[in-house]
Design a protein around this ligand. Structure first.
Ligand SMILES: CC(C)(COP(=O)(O)OP(=O)(O)OC[C@H]1O[C@@H](n2cnc3c(N)ncnc32)[C@H](O)[C@@H]1OP(=O)(O)O)[C@@H](O)C(=O)NCCC(=O)NCCS
Length: 167
């Protein structure tokens, strides 16, 4: 993503502003939930899940980021499986979407491993670069569920805030 290529002195404030913006703009119709990924007390990366017009579309989208030393060990698959399980089982989402540059085999590898289906490509401008981006799409029926059971804390607060019915 273009933001990842910012110089070091701009990356941190840019990231902080993105986090503040997401929190400030969090409404029941349009929201981004920003989660951290820890392993043995070490922060490895971030996993977000978000939606627009959620009550009508019941569709979430996700984004993932792991530091380099944590990549390629299965964490990416586990963290995406966790938020998608949360979306389907707790938020009653009907579709989970994601996208990645066509060359990003790690991200698309996570999608394939979890049962996502290809959902078209589009051309996007990342700064001055043109990228071909692959969209992917998952439903509860096609989701290749993990063998572990998701443990969730704090759902009641989100459910109340988003005014969700049911679970
Ligand atoms: C994308 C990212 C989150 C993936 O996480 P990861 O921990 O590296 O990936 P995993 O180890 O969980 O791999 C998941 C699956 O992808 C497959 N995979 C990983 N790298 C692959 C590659 N280069 N080619 C093909 N498949 C690959 C794995 O085999 C695995 O599938 P399997 O369980 O069926 O064997 C991580 O690499 C990352 O943060 N990259 C930089 C940021 C980024 O690109 N974010 C996504 C932006 S859209």
């Amino acid at each position: 993503m273009p933001w990842a290529e910012l110089p070091d002195d701009e990356l941190a404030p840019n990231m902080a502003q993105w986090y503040w913006r997401c929190r400030a703009n969090f409404t029941k119709e349009s929201w981004t939930l920003l989660l951290g990924v820890w392993h043995e007390d070490e922060l490895l990366g971030v996993q977000d899940i978000g939606a627009k017009n959620f009550h009508t579309l019941k569709t979430v989208s996700t984004g993932s980021w792991l530091k380099r030393s944590a990549q390629g060990q299965g964490f990416g698959k586990e963290m995406r499986a966790a938020v998608v399980s949360y979306a389907f089982d707790y938020l009653d989402a009907e579709v989970a979407e994601s996208e990645a540059a066509v060359w990003n085999q790690q991200s698309l590898g996570v999608s394939t491993a979890l049962g996502y289906e290809l959902n078209g490509i589009f051309r996007d401008g990342w700064g001055e670069k043109v990228e071909t981006v692959q969209r992917v799409h998952l439903t509860p029926t096609t989701f290749k569920r993990p063998t572990w059971t998701l443990k969730v804390q704090g759902h009641e607060g989100l459910k109340t805030y988003l005014k969700l019915q049911g679970s």
